[in-house]
Structures are given as C-alpha cells and as structure tokens.
Ligand binder design. Structure first.
Ligand code: NAD
Length: 248
C-alpha cells in the first residue's frame, strides 16, 4: 500500500531506533524522506540508500533539533530540496535519568531542550509551509511517562507532558488551516535507548505489560503511519499510547 505517495515527511533523530523505523515505514508507503540527526554518518547513508531502493527520494541533514536557528536553516534547505512538507515527525529525544535529589541544572536543561524545545523549533519552522498548502500532519513523540510520571525521570516526564500540552494547542490553532497535530505515547520499546537499562528493570517493565512483551520500533512506526496518512483525516489533538495496554 502506498498511503503517502508523493508526500514529503521530515523525521528528526532518525539515525537509529524508533526514528529510523518511522523513516523506513513512511518511505515504504511512498513518502519522500528528509531526516535529521546530530551527525550524518555511515548509518545515515545506509538509511538514505535503503530508502532510495524503495524508489523514494531521501536525504539526511546533520542538525541539532534543540537549536532554534539551526532548525530554521535546516527546514529552509529541506523545503528547497523537496518543495513541500506534508508530515513532520518530532522524534528526536534523550534521557538523563536520575532522582530529583541528584539532578543538576545541566541534566534538566538538556532533556527539556532536546525533547521539548525541539518540538517547538520544528513545528514553528514548518508551520507556514503547511498552512500555505492548507494541509499537514504533525506527529510528536511523547511517552506514557509524560502521562503518568516515573521516579528518576522528572526531567524526561516533564518534557513529554509538555509535548502533550503543545500538541493539543497546535491542533486547536492550526486545525482551521487543515493542519492536524497528534502525539504518540510509546510505552516500553526495545531500542538502544532502553537497552542501557539493567536486566532486572527491563524484566519488571515487561511484567507490568498486559501484552507481556516489550514493543518494537515497528509497533510505533505503524501508529505514526496511521497518523501521517489520510486514514486519520479526522483525528487531531489526540495522544495515542502504544504500550501493550500498560497505560489505559
Ligand atoms: P534512541 O536514543 O535510540 O534514538 C534517538 C535518536 O535521536 C538518535 O539517533 C539520536 O542521535 C537522535 N538525537 C538525539 N539528540 C538529538 C538532537 N539534539 N537533534 C537531533 N537528533 C538527536 O531513542 P529511541 O528509543 O528510538 O526514542 C525515539 C523517541 O521515542 C524519543 O523521543 C524517545 O523519548 C521516545 N520514546 C522512546 C521509548 C522507548 O521505550 N524506547 C518510549 C517512549 C518514548
């Protein structure tokens, strides 16, 4: 199925993990892909090649999503290279987990800037293009931790909760211009980010999941595909959890 034929999607933080799976899934469905990450390395070039083999245009851009000016310049270049932007997936994110008692200002600021400010930076940079087109779908990567909180992740859960408020506001502001905005809240997904957790913590997470397994990057990418495509044409301002029923 080519749900996104001829569309252009931007995916931030796509060198690995969930972002990479999203870029691949949107590409498989016919979208041209402009992706970003902190560096463009061999793995990014491999992603470009895999996407090209699917018959879609693909280009990686080295860009720090937490940097406002760099983001505007990157999006300007993407619009020059691809002519339009139909889908924006704000996926780039980091963790700097520690108890509040030990958290320093640098750990707070880094997580808020990369996870939350980046969503503002990219949404701001694409909004005029989408408004002029009178169509667009913005998908922001939140987390179930942004809904229910988590000990040791006050910075991360604040950033992910902030994304939810931002998503709902943007959906209300831009809805009349044909632009939709939704958030995805993954639960426990197996990626490099989560592989750093100790084995007993991973087991404990899986035990809490009614579907009794960790999620895959494809589980998240499939939900993003739905939100990016016309299949979700009347869905905006929503948060969809992809968590095996951990959060209901
Ligand atoms: P990951 O660490 O495997 O990948 C994140 C990617 O973002 C990396 O390629 C990294 O280089 C890039 N990145 C980091 N900082 C950046 C910046 N400033 N600018 C541009 N790119 C940057 O993480 P993941 O597990 O694939 O997570 C992707 C998103 O999903 C994140 O927003 C994360 O918070 C969210 N999420 C993940 C899980 C999970 O269980 N893995 C659960 C809920 C939400």
């Amino acid at each position: 199925m080519e749900l996104l034929k001829g569309k252009t999607a931007i995916v931030t933080g796509a060198n690995r993990g969930i972002g990479r799976a999203i870029a691949m899934e949107l590409g498989r469905n016919g979208a041209n892909i402009a992706f970003t990450d902190l560096v463009i390395d061999d793995s990014s070039k491999e992603l470009e090649n895999e996407l090209n083999k699917m018959g879609v245009k693909a280009k990686g851009y080295a860009s720090d999503a937490s940097d406002f000016d760099m983001t505007s310049k990157t999006v300007e270049q993407i619009v020059k290279d691809f002519d339009r932007v139909d889908v924006l997936v704000n996926n780039a994110g980091i963790t700097k987990d520690t108890l509040l008692m030990r958290m320093n200002e640098e750990q707070w600021d880094a997580v808020i800037n990369v996870n939350l400010k980046s969503v503002f930076n990219y949404t701001k940079a694409v909004q005029m293009t989408m408004v002029k087109q009178r169509s667009g779908s913005i998908i922001n990567m939140s987390s179930i931790v942004g809904i229910r909180g988590n000990a040791g992740q006050s910075n991360y859960s604040a950033s992910k909760a902030g994304i939810i408020g931002f998503t709902k506001s943007v959906a209300k502001e831009l809805g009349s211009r044909g632009v939709r905005c939704n958030a995805v809240a993954p639960g426990f997904i197996m990626t490099e980010m989560t592989s750093e957790l100790p084995e007993d913590v991973k087991k404990e997470w899986v035990n809490q999941i009614p579907l009794k397994r960790a999620g895959t990057t494809e589980d998240v990418a499939n939900t993003v595909l739905f939100l990016a495509s016309g299949l979700s044409g009347y869905v905006s301002g929503q948060v969809i959890s992809v968590c095996g029923a951990m959060q209901t």
